[in-house]
Ligand binder design. Structure first.
Ligand SMILES: Cc1ncc(COP(=O)(O)O)c(C=O)c1O
Length: 484
């Protein structure tokens, strides 16, 4: 067989490389078919005036990459299965999507059933809740802290010795919680997690068996609800009033919940503050029944015109409360750092579960955060944001009254990053959301926060990530869109 190669002795490309690449492209383009025999190296060398070593070098590379194979005594052939065919993924055949049924575990099936939020669209003005004002975060300072710690040592590149988190950060969090939230803890009890979401996951994995009951506030934070459900818990939705969870409705006996999940400082989403008598009654109930309480203190730093309310954990004397907090709201959500304060007896097992989940939190971010807290930057930032968010909250409340009249019902204390409002309208929530979207405004119905279906007319308005002008313009646009 004749091989049509163009060998250029003046080219900077080595001769054996030219032999290799030209035969390879001939194979890939189909000019040389699989199973075809190549000329012996001696013959090819003679035809192109090359040394035999040059040709065998080219052949050897093609053999090692799987394009050619030698058959003893019979010569060199083109392989029937080429590496490109094996390496390059072809288009997905419909049969892969429709016919192949990959069985999920029971946990996988429950996760699959959870109605988690699909990808969000972007809007001109968004009243999405839970988002801090990123443009007011001291990014330059944060960048300096990161780069300082990045240069100081290379130890942060390595695995951490412990999974619980960087010790100075655990100390800084314990100090901060003690003086700002009256949490009673030692640094050893603080476990740094990947946001509060992971803290809730670890608690559920370690303390709840499928079929165990977990009491939740209804309406309540669905990020937590879905974790409990996915782990097979039997949810007990508990009613609320303006003083938070109605503790009397918690049962005793066979169906005593294993866990109760509460947001006592600022109930999500109604904003109710769990009153002191209810806090004491809840703790009393937990002590009597042996149930544990999860206190999710996600945005308690923001209380306007009044002192922050001390934590429930600080009132507990029987190690019944697992306290959860996050840096997502007081700093920024992508920091993915939160914390969990657990009773001494549970520290070890939580450390092990954290290791199994993701080994450890990211070290460099923890170094920077420990300094950010210790140097007072966190509390300075919170004080600044409190003033800003208070103005934004006032603007929102005024705009709602101005456009919807005094019948609009604003729920919740003056706290947090959102307001829940019941609009006096005879339209479905979906209709209201769609009309708002048609004028470029994102509104969030409270419906999805209910476990027991509820046609609400209630909306959760996040006001912290948009400025006063945007808040006024957003409510004005929505009111006009709803009037037409
Ligand atoms: C009640 C509640 N807990 C916790 C979080 C924060 O979760 P993470 O720390 O995982 O960002 C949120 C966020 O929206 C929330 O609303």
């Amino acid at each position: 067989m004749e091989l049509a190669l163009i060998i250029d002795s003046a080219s900077p490309e080595p001769l054996h490389q030219q032999v290799y690449s030209q035969i390879r492209s001939a194979i890939l383009s189909g000019r040389l078919a699989s199973g075809q025999r190549l000329p012996p190296s001696r013959t090819l060398a003679k035809s192109f005036n090359l040394s035999r070593t040059t040709v065998t070098q080219g052949y050897d590379q093609l053999i090692s990459e799987g394009y050619l194979q030698t058959r003893p005594g019979a010569g060199t052939y083109i392989c029937s299965q080429l590496p490109e065919v094996l390496l390059v993924a072809g288009p997905i055949k419909p049969s892969h999507q429709t016919v192949v049924n990959i069985p999920l575990s029971a946990y996988g099936q429950r996760v699959n059933q959870s109605s988690l939020r699909p990808l969000r669209k972007s809007y001109d003005i968004s009243f999405r809740y839970g988002h801090p004002a990123l443009d007011l975060f001291p990014v330059e300072l944060w960048r300096k802290l990161l780069s300082k710690h990045c240069r100081a040592t290379i130890q942060w590149l390595n695995y951490a010795q412990k999974s619980y988190g960087h010790w100075p950060l655990r100390q800084a969090v314990a100090d901060y919680l003690k003086h700002s939230r009256a949490v009673r803890c030692t640094p050893e009890q603080v476990i740094i997690t990947s946001g509060s979401q992971q803290a809730l996951s670890l608690i559920t994995q370690l303390l709840v068996n499928p079929g165990d009951s977990v009491a939740i506030e209804d309406p309540g934070y669905r990020g937590a609800r879905h974790i409990f459900k996915s782990n097979g818990a039997n949810l007990l939705p508990m009613p609320l009033d303006r003083n938070g969870l109605i503790v009397d409705t918690l049962v005793e006996g066979d169906d005593t919940p294993r866990l109760v999940y509460v947001t006592p400082s600022h109930q999500f989403p109604t904003g109710a503050l769990l009153s002191l008598p209810r806090r004491l009654a809840l703790l009393q109930w937990a002590w009597q029944t042996g149930a544990l309480i999860i206190e999710d203190d996600y945005d308690s730093e923001y209380r306007y015109g009044g002192r922050p309310i001390p934590s429930l954990q600080g009132l507990d004397s029987h190690a019944s409360v697992l306290y959860v907090g996050t840096f997502s709201k007081v700093m920024f959500p992508s920091i993915r750092l939160g914390y969990l304060v657990v009773p001494d007896a549970l520290v070890n097992v939580f450390g092990k579960a954290k290791w199994l989940a993701d080994r450890q939190p990211p070290t460099l971010t923890q170094y920077a955060l420990a300094e950010f807290i210790k140097a007072g930057h966190l509390e300075r930032h919170i004080r600044k944001m409190r003033l800003c968010y208070e103005r934004r909250r006032k603007t929102l409340v005024q705009a709602l009254y101005q456009h919807f009249g005094q019948d609009v019902k604003i729920l919740g204390d003056s706290a947090g990053l959102h307001v829940m409002a019941k609009l006096p309208l005879n339209l479905s929530d979906d209709d209201i959301v769609a009309r708002a979207a048609s004028v470029g405004v994102e509104m969030c119905s409270a419906q999805i926060q209910y476990e027991v279906p509820h046609n609400t007319g209630e909306f959760v308005f996040g006001y912290t990530a948009i400025n006063e002008d945007q808040i006024e313009a957003g409510i004005d646009r929505v009111a006009k869109a709803l009037r037409t």
